[in-house]
Design a protein around this ligand. Structure first.
Ligand SMILES: NC(=O)c1ccc[n+]([C@@H]2O[C@H](COP(=O)([O-])OP(=O)(O)OC[C@H]3O[C@@H](n4cnc5c(N)ncnc54)[C@H](OP(=O)(O)O)[C@@H]3O)[C@@H](O)[C@H]2O)c1
Length: 267
C-alpha cells in the first residue's frame, strides 16, 4: 500500500502518527503534499515520510489517496489530480459535508470513493469514524480503510450514506457538546465554592474517568448511574434537577439539530 496524503493539516497528522505508531504503514509508504511548504516540511521531517512537489505527482506514486483539505479547497484539488486518477486508486475523503455524489460529479462515476467522518479525538488515538463506500469499492478497499482509520480509534461502515449526517451530529460534533458539559461542571464547581484550577482538574478527570468506565465496563449508562446514586443522596438530588430541567431531552435534540444542519449543508 502507498498512500498519498493531500493536505497535511491536523486530521492528516493524526492519521500519519497513528498508522506509523501502530506500524500499519512505514514512513516510505506515505507521500504527503500540501500547498503550505512550511507545513509539509514540518510533517516530512517529524514523521520521515516522503514529500511530493505536486498533488499530481503524489497521486501517480500512490494506490490510495487521502483527501484531507478543507471542503472549500476540495474542488480546486480535484481539478489538479483528475488527469492522474485511474480506477486502481482508492480515494478517501474526510471533508465534512461533501458526499460521494460531489466527488462523482467532479471526477466521474468510475472511481472507488470512500467518504469518512472522523472526529478530533483521533488526535489522541481515540477517534470515532464512520464511512460510506460507493458501489465501485470492494472488500479489500473497505478493509484497507478500516485498517487505516482503526489506527486512530474505532471505525464503522454505514451502508446508507445519509446516515453520515447523523454520525456528524453525534460523534463529529459530539466532542464540542462534551466540552460544553465539562465546562459547565467546572463552572458549577466554582459556584459551589471550589478554586478554578481544582474545579477544572476535577471536571476533566470526571469526564475522562466516567467515559473510560462506561467504555471498559460494558455496562449501560443507566446501570452506572444507579451505581453512583443512592436513595436520598447527593447524586440523586443532582439527577432530579437534571430531570426537571429536561437535560436528556435537550441533549437528544442537540444531536438532532446538528444532524439536520449536516443534512442541509450536504444538500
Ligand atoms: N477537525 C475536525 O473535527 C474534522 C472532523 C472530521 C472531518 N474533518 C475534515 O478534515 C479535513 C481537514 O481538516 P483539518 O482540520 O486537518 O484542516 P487543516 O488543518 O486546515 O489542513 C488542511 C491542509 O491542506 C492544505 N491545502 C489546502 N489546499 C490544498 C491543496 N489544493 N492541495 C494540498 N493541500 C492543500 C492547507 O493549507 P492552507 O492552510 O495553506 O490552506 C492545510 O495545510 C476537512 O475537510 C474537515 O472537514 C475535520
Amino acid at each position: 500500500m502507498k498512500v498519498a496524503i493531500l493536505g497535511t493539516g491536523n486530521m492528516a497528522e493524526a492519521l500519519i502518527a497513528g498508522v506509523l505508531a501502530k506500524k500499519i504503514l512505514r514512513p516510505a509508504q506515505i507521500i504527503g503534499f500540501d500547498v503550505s511548504r512550511k507545513r509539509l516540511n514540518f510533517i516530512r521531517k517529524k514523521y520521515r515520510i516522503a514529500a511530493s512537489h505536486s498533488a499530481i505527482e503524489a497521486v501517480e506514486k500512490a494506490d490510495t489517496i487521502l483527501l484531507s483539505v478543507k471542503p472549500r479547497q476540495m474542488k480546486e484539488l480535484l481539478d489538479q489530480i483528475r488527469p492522474a486518477l485511474s480506477r486502481r486508486h482508492l480515494i478517501l475523503s474526510i471533508a465534512a459535508g461533501l458526499d460521494t455524489r460531489f466527488f462523482e460529479k467532479n471526477l466521474g462515476r468510475q472511481y472507488k470513493i470512500i467518504r469518512l467522518m472522523p472526529n478530533t479525538p483521533a488526535l489522541v488515538g481515540l477517534g470515532a469514524t464512520a464511512y460510506f463506500a460507493n458501489r465501485n469499492c470492494g472488500t479489500s478497499d473497505r478493509k484497507r480503510t478500516q485498517t487505516i482509520f482503526s489506527a486512530v480509534g474505532i471505525a464503522f461502515e454505514v451502508k446508507k450514506e445519509s446516515l453520515l449526517d447523523a454520525v456528524t451530529g453525534l460523534s463529529g460534533s459530539g466532542p464540542a457538546f462534551v466540552y460544553r458539559f465539562a465546562e459547565a461542571l467546572q463552572k458549577g464547581g466554582i459556584k459551589a465554592g471550589l478554586p478554578r484550577h481544582l474545579s477544572q482538574e476535577l471536571a476533566v478527570q470526571t469526564v475522562l474517568g466516567a467515559a473510560t468506565l462506561l467504555a471498559e465496563s460494558g455496562e449501560e449508562p443507566d446501570a452506572l448511574v444507579k451505581k453512583v446514586a443512592s436513595k436520598g443522596g447527593t447524586t440523586e438530588a443532582g439527577l432530579k434537577f437534571l430531570q426537571r430541567k429536561k437535560f436528556e431531552r435537550i441533549v437528544q435534540q442537540c444531536v438532532v439539530a446538528a444532524t439536520q444542519r449536516a443534512r442541509q449543508l450536504r444538500q
